[in-house]
Design a protein around this ligand. Structure first.
Ligand SMILES: [Zn+2]
Length: 280
């Protein structure tokens, strides 16, 4: 995936971080709720870093199909073992999302142990971003923008256009209570493998629909922040969302629960420190 590829759009990333807060237990909510605007605003910081921080881009995806057919049994889930098998260069080339997310969880646990409020917030916002990316099917496929199948633009259609048009009005955001993750590594990999498997559906559904809509009906000219834009047409987006069932909503909600569960697990593993009145 090239460095300029998108992640869940701004809109979805911000919703995911914001709504994850409401899945937390009261002892964590006491700290997270007053900072909910920070977590929302900084949900897309990792995307902005992609252009200035070397090594940032591969943290947002994994082209899992590079490693053979599902279930990718030969791909080690431990970073050390994966490097021994494939080399760090190869792993970086095809994306390191799941390994990076696990590392961030350890960093957040350390920040809780140190009761470093500022760092807890920063790492929480970042984890929200990467855990969200882990649930986007096209972040786990080498055909990340339909460039291998003549479907360029599908990335933004799935992760930006559908949420922007339908999420607030039609999606149910309640994700349930944060869960303690006994095996966070397995949990992270299950999310990524689920994304990899769903990528096929994401691509095939659009291919099917595209056959029924001439190009002129697929796109509409509109305004975005005062600029003329060419975007997927409302009707086309609506039909695609319907064809996918509730996939985008389910994966957005799964992202929210994953984010809350990762935050919660780090806090529990740090010994459940008292977060009341923590300076930031
Ligand atoms: Zn991203």
């Amino acid at each position: 995936m090239p460095a300029n590829a998108l992640c869940w759009g701004f809109f979805a990333h911000q919703r995911i971080n914001r709504m994850a807060v409401f899945s937390l237990p009261p002892a964590m909510l006491a700290f997270y709720k007053p900072h909910i605007d920070y977590l929302t605003k900084h949900a897309t910081d990792p995307d902005q870093r992609r252009y200035v921080v070397a090594g940032e881009a591969p943290r947002h995806f994994i082209d899992i199909d590079h490693y053979g057919p599902p279930p990718y049994a030969a791909l080690p889930h431990s970073w050390k073992a994966a490097v021994e098998c494939y080399s760090a260069d190869t792993l970086n080339k095809y994306g390191i999302l799941p390994w990076h997310l696990e590392r961030m969880l350890q960093q957040l646990t350390s920040a809780f142990i140190a009761k470093d409020g500022k760092r807890i917030l920063k790492l929480s916002a970042d984890i929200g971003h990467y855990a969200g990316d882990a649930h986007v099917p096209l972040h786990a496929s080498s055909n990340h923008n339909g460039q291998l199948s003549g479907q360029e633009g599908i990335h933004a259609l799935w992760e930006s256009r559908i949420p922007e048009l339908f999420a607030d009005a039609q999606f149910s955001y309640w994700a349930g209570q944060a869960q303690y993750l006994e095996a966070p590594r397995d949990f992270i990999w299950a999310a990524v493998l689920g994304s990899g498997l769903a990528a096929d559906t994401v691509l095939k559904a659009e291919q099917l629909l595209r056959g029924q809509y001439p190009e002129a009906a697929r796109y509409a000219i509109g305004f975005r922040k005062g600029t003329l834009t060419r975007d997927y047409a409302y009707d086309y987006t609506k039909m695609y969302n319907a064809l996918l069932g509730d996939m985008v909503m389910r994966r957005m909600r799964a992202s929210m629960l994953a984010v809350a569960s990762l935050w919660y697990t780090a806090w529990v593993n740090a010994g459940q420190p008292d977060l009341r009145g923590l300076a930031v």
